[in-house]
Design a protein around this ligand. Structure first.
Ligand code: SF4
Ligand code: SF4
Length: 305
């Protein structure tokens, strides 16, 4: 399927980011810089990056780092009451120990490009590049497209990690500058999808099918397996995934509970704890997937964890 090149907005747009991880090896091919964009339009109850949900910068507190200097109290107009906190950032600005910090900041596309290209040699030697993740990076598709164009012009490979719940017109903006897309397919049943992620999967499945026909990009479909939620979905999901022309591989991810501690630091009341799937459950999932798809990855099994 041919893709039209569409970039709107001005040159050197601003994007909202909550983290940049260098030397990532689990976000596509080779050694990569992973850029985590802030803001998401899904609400997966198991989210392991809850700091990516809200697009606005927010206060994050690490009580264990506090040295009791009292500076935060002198600047907060809300008495440090978590219920009244508006994430103004004044306390973080004066905190000397990093116990209070702001999560999320703006960067322009050229500023971000400068960070990304500092590891050019590593990308070249490993077949790596940059991966935009989140949050949902495609909620900032114009910014991603502009930054990706700079990267591609410099010979840097670009990958996108998305939950796929955006209009196709947003996806089209980034495709001309993208080497691969990693898209989640979390649950087959739409009612269950709504219950656990807050949104329907109809647009997601349509987008996955369209992505499967785009010329010149590799497609990776990923399912995070959560015990008691989607461990029986392998057959239905993989029947659809097996028909995707561009599929490079299908990846099974193991749910873990890391996101829960972040919720406390961010003072967020969201999500809940699920059971992690056993290795046996992952093996079964992979075995079923393998009936339909040639290349199936599941790192916990390959690493023998
Ligand atoms: S970020 Fe919240 S706690 Fe910190 S000064 Fe502002 S209102 Fe007070
Ligand atoms: S400014 Fe930071 S280190 Fe000082 S009391 Fe507040 S949180 Fe603790």
């Amino acid at each position: 399927m041919p893709v039209n090149i569409v970039i709107s907005g001005s040159i050197d747009m601003k994007g909202v980011i909550f983290d940049i991880q260098r030397f990532s090896t689990h976000d596509g091919y080779g050694i990569r810089t992973t850029v985590f964009m802030k803001g998401c339009n899904n609400a997966c109850l198991w989210c392991h990056n809850p700091e990516g949900l809200d697009k606005k910068p927010q206060l994050r507190i690490y009580p264990v780092k506090c040295i009791g200097c009292g500076r935060c109290e002198t600047v907060c107009g809300n008495g440090l009451d978590p219920g009244k906190c508006n994430s103004c950032g004044k306390c973080a600005a004066v905190c000397p120990s990093g116990a209070r910090e702001m999560c999320g900041y703006e960067l322009s596309s050229t500023e971000l490009f400068d960070v990304i290209r500092s590891d050019l040699d590593f990308y070249k030697n490993s077949g790596g590049g940059v991966t935009f993740s989140g949050g949902e990076p495609l909620l900032q598709a114009d910014f991603i497209a502009e930054t990706s164009k700079l990267c591609r012009d410099a010979g840097i490979s670009v990958g996108i990690q998305t939950a796929g719940n955006v209009e196709w017109t947003e996806i089209e903006k980034i495709l001309p500058y993208t080497d691969f897309v990693m898209c989640d397919f979390k649950l087959y049943d739409d009612e269950k999808h709504k219950k656990y992620t807050g949104v329907s999967n109809k647009m997601i499945v349509e987008n996955i099918k369209k992505l499967g026909n785009v010329d010149g990009i590799k497609l990776i479909i990923r399912t995070p397996v959560i015990a008691g939620v989607n461990e029986d979905d392998a057959e239905n999901i993989c029947k659809i995934v097996s028909g995707l022309k561009n599929l490079d591989y299908y990846e099974i991810l193991r749910y873990h509970k890391f996101g829960l501690s972040k919720l406390e630091n961010l003072n967020m009341k969201f999500g809940r704890e699920f059971d992690e799937p056993s290795l046996e459950c992952l093996r079964e999932f992979k075995k079923t997937a393998g009936k339909y798809i040639k290349k199936v990855k599941c790192d916990p099994l390959e690493e023998g964890e």
